[in-house]
Design a protein around this ligand. Sequence first.
Ligand SMILES: [Fe+2]
Length: 195
Amino acid sequence: MERLLSELATLAAGHPTLDWVGPLLRHLPYQAPVPRHLPVCDLIEALPHPPETAPVVTALQDVIPACNWLQSYTQVDGFSQDWLDAYGWINVASPDGPFVSPNTRVAIVYFGVGQHYPPHAHQPEETYVVLAGSARFQAAGRAPITATPGQLIHHAPWQPHAMTMTDQPLLAAAYWRGAGLMDRSRLDVSLEVTS
Ligand SMILES: [Fe+2]
């Protein structure tokens, strides 16, 4: 897990807009997660290693069984079981660990081929870095962006945004900072999706 955190810090260090990440990931206490498996683990295990992000992807694949895989949504939120079986995420650093940081949250999330992650919003500022696959990122106030491995997508606090996966899944690192790091995203937001 130490290597995964280190590779995520190195990935951020390559981008000037993420220069705040490195100092926040140094010397963090570690609480080993309670391992929890989800169907999405098998999909992540099978991902290729894009040259832009291979160190992070391989470091993640090496610790998949040790991670606490989570989902923010259930069928009650309107998602099908098939959708949920191709979706999941982990925290690597957060106020709740496994690397304990009060000031940032670094997570990795996977969405399956063809999925649509509907409009949502949250208080922390968010920067995604695509690790594998691709997705079309829509956000209020700007044109959609189709991002591939190594590309960054930024969302300001409470800026509604959505993602659409087409013929590829999406594995992405998410770097958050600001208040409400552990709050659930709000789905009751609207986003004028331009095509
Ligand atoms: Fe987000």
